[in-house]
Design a protein around this ligand. Structure first.
Ligand SMILES: [Zn+2]
Ligand SMILES: [Zn+2]
Length: 374
């Protein structure tokens, strides 16, 4: 094929000529050069050229291609979208994955009817995590339609093959691009790619079988659950189209920080105050445990120092879904008395003396008075 003919010159029009001007110019040239009328030797050849020029310039796509590349060589032989993406590529897939619509399987006619999973989160206290608890979650979802029980059909309605896409779930449109014409498959807008419509759809859900709803679901959190762990509540995600499988609700459990206890795996850390006498002589303390009304006995050994740890076995968090508990680790805070009465001061002074320790035994009259009164 001749490649660099100037079709505008052949028709005698300029490059900005509109369709009407081109058509008029063609008609005139065609009349003048028609082999039945024009007996010049090159008339037939020129007549063919005029036809060729008109064929290109009267077709907006071809004209655009010609304007861009200076020839129509290769026009219409450009790769289709299928070729570019290795065949079987489905524009419907691409569009739907971008826009979250019903996705269709590559090449197949299957469409996504199942509902999607949804996410939610709930906060519980550390005590609730220790005992296990039930919590209600309220959230919005597409739920099965109450009116039609999810079928999408009103009384006496039934499912019929979609007339727009003839049951294929896809429509094919032709689009122009610099590559030439492209066949683009997309999800049928009338049946959302299902290939099926309802002759008498439920008015509540417009035949979808699902409607927006405020849902409440009770979630049981087992004892020993960890912060950030998830529970799957089957069937409580987005409802499927017309009774197809619902997605799941995935609940993330957030455990609030506790004022007293710090969790480390299934062990719990807690601080306990002991006096200098208790630290020196040893003592048995009773402290509140993590479980309701739980009292834990903690044995402080004689000679305990600040920040020493006492481990109480089996008094931490319960292990998740198995027997036993972690440990309770008690961190000792040795508390030095800030106020002493005279007798107490005397005892401490005696202690210091017997241990050969220098202390500030001299006091102002004002201090003495205060001690006597306290
Ligand atoms: Zn309905
Ligand atoms: Zn359809």
């Amino acid at each position: 094929m001749a490649s660099s003919k100037d079709y505008y010159e052949i028709l005698g029009v300029d490059k900005q000529a509109d369709d009407a001007t081109i058509r008029k110019a063609f008609h005139k040239k065609a009349r003048d050069l028609h082999p039945d009328i024009n007996k010049e030797p090159d008339a037939e050849e020129r007549f063919k050229e005029v036809n060729e020029a008109y064929e290109v310039l009267s077709d907006p796509k071809k004209r655009e291609f010609y304007d861009r590349y200076g020839s129509v060589d290769g026009y219409g032989q450009g790769p289709s979208i299928d070729d570019i993406f290795g065949g079987g590529f489905d524009m419907g897939d691409l569009f739907s994955s971008f826009f979250g619509g019903a996705a269709s399987g590559g090449g197949s006619r299957a469409v996504r009817l199942d509902g999607r999973d949804m996410g939610a989160s709930i906060k519980i206290t550390l005590q609730q995590a220790a005992t296990g608890c039930s919590k209600e979650i309220a959230y919005n979802r597409l739920a099965p339609c109450h009116s039609c029980n999810g079928s999408g059909c009103a009384e006496g309605g039934s499912q019929v093959s979609c007339s727009t896409c003839h049951g294929t779930g896809q429509v094919v449109t032709t689009q122009r691009s610099f590559l030439g014409q492209m066949q683009v498959r997309s999800v049928c807008p009338d049946c959302n790619g299902t290939g099926v419509t309802i002759d008498n759809p439920c008015t509540e859900c417009q035949g979808q079988g699902r409607t927006p709803d405020r849902e409440r679901v009770s979630v049981k959190i087992p004892a020993g659950f960890r912060d950030g762990q998830q529970l799957r509540v089957e069937g409580y995600g987005e409802a499927g189209v017309r009774g197809a499988r619902s997605g799941d609700l995935i609940v993330t459990v957030i455990i609030e920080e506790d004022e007293r206890f710090q969790r480390s795996g299934d062990d719990l850390h807690v601080r306990a105050e002991v006096s200098i006498a208790q630290a020196a002589l040893g003592a048995t303390l009773e402290i509140e445990g993590i479980m309701p009304d739980e009292v834990v006995e903690v044995t402080i050994p004689a000679g305990s120092q600040f920040d020493d740890e006492v481990r109480v076995q089996n008094m931490g968090m319960p292990h998740l879904r198995r027997d036993g508990r972690g440990d309770l680790i008690v961190h000792i805070d040795v508390v030095v008395p800030q106020k002493l009465n005279e007798h107490q001061r005397k005892l401490l002074e005696e202690l210091a003396e017997s241990m050969n320790e220098q202390v500030n035994a001299r006091r102002t009259p004002w201090q003495r008075l205060r001690e006597r009164l306290s």
